[in-house]
Design a protein around this ligand. Structure first.
Ligand code: FAD
Length: 307
């Protein structure tokens, strides 16, 4: 499956290391995505800051090498044969958090949402309690307009700094980011989220902590967090709940190979026992077809399949 030529891979690898990035050749992507499935990519690069990110992308583009951006890999599926692209991971290596004035939090795209929430709590800042427990990065959360328990990124984000496909660094107010249910302008324009600002409200720390703990315990009660997954498999179809439709067709607990519709929460497809990406994809397809046939409702995956 890997066709990117070895000279290009070596050139990009050596340059990435020289720039100060972390880089791995022939890296198994199952180690980088929460479903714990997926084959190799020829090269995975982890920049530590915006400068390294820009330089690495410049070289990737100059060599006409296909690439994709990965955050914490908690909303994606990689095929068993892997991905014939350079993966640029904006994750644990590219993090920063700071306060601007009293109530604005600035964070780099690789910062985990959970770390951002804890920082908000430490500073008695309210607004992100709903997000406590979402396992992605801030970049991924902006890209997806992540949300839970009636809140979404859209409600608190004020500004986004991003790289255009021409590698210009730009900033937009959040109102221009076309944030809606699991959607942002970044799904349309190929721009890369580099950092974001969140406009928060001062509130008593105990209240923020109580709300965060409440949301986290609801997750633990309802979600199969003990198994690898990518969270909700399908988007919420208008007027319905995906999990309820899946229960209605009798698919709660349905297994295919090592993949299973969770018997704890039908909205989650889990890697129950050494599933392949094919098992997961086949179960997604079977569920979509059966729900369509028996209820007339179209289920659209929330999980992004990286090809
Ligand atoms: C147990 C569990 C619970 C979850 N609960 C929720 C929930 O309550 N609410 C919710 O909304 N989601 C939830 N999710 C899904 C997931 O955590 C979110 O969608 C999260 O925002 C994805 O972030 P990520 O960094 O993992 O992105 P990834 O999965 O790595 O990437 C997702 C997409 O974003 C793109 N991307 C990532 N970073 C950037 C960037 N910096 N710039 C441009 N594009 C980028 C990628 O190319 C990819 O297309 C859950 C997942 C799991 C496993």
């Amino acid at each position: 499956m890997i066709n990117i030529n070895i000279e290009t891979t070596n050139l990009l690898f050596d340059s990435a290391i020289e720039m100060g990035c972390k880089a791995y050749k022939n890296e198994m992507l199952c180690n980088h995505i929460s479903f714990k499935v997926g084959g190799p990519c020829p090269l995975l690069i982890e920049p530590k800051n915006e400068k390294q990110l820009t330089e690495a992308l410049k070289l990737i583009k100059e060599t006409d090498t296909p690439y994709i951006i990965l955050g914490n890999g908690t909303n994606v599926l990689v095929l068993d044969e892997g991905l014939d692209k350079v993966v640029v991971k904006i994750g644990d290596e590219m993090t920063s958090l700071s306060l601007e004035g009293e109530d604005v939090i600035c964070c780099s795209a690789g910062t985990k949402v959970v770390t951002l929430c804890k920082f908000a709590l430490e500073n008695s800042l309210s607004g992100l309690e709903f997000a406590y427990g979402i396992p992605g990065t801030c970049g991924g959360a902006v890209f997806m307009n992540a949300g839970a328990y009636g809140g979404e990124v859209k409600d608190v984000i004020s500004e986004i700094t991003y790289l255009t496909p021409q590698l210009e660094l730009k900033t937009m107010p959040a109102e221009e980011a076309r944030l809606s249910y699991r959607h942002s302008v970044f799904k349309e324009n190929g721009c890369i989220v580099v950092s974001a600002k969140f406009k928060m409200k001062k509130a008593p720390q105990e209240e923020i902590k109580a709300a965060m703990n409440d949301f986290l315990s609801r997750r633990k009660d309802k979600q199969p967090l003990e198994y690898p997954s990518a969270g909700s498999t399908f988007k919420r179809p208008e007027g319905y709940f995906a999990g309820a439709l899946i229960e209605q067709i009798g698919f709660k607990g349905k297994a295919l190979g090592g993949a299973q519709i969770s018997d704890k929460h039908a909205g989650f497809l889990i890697n129950k026992s050494n599933a392949t990406a094919k098992d997961i994809l086949d179960l997604i397809k079977l569920t979509q077809e059966t729900v369509k046939k028996e209820t007339g409702v179209t289920l659209e995956p929330e999980v992004i399949i990286l090809r």
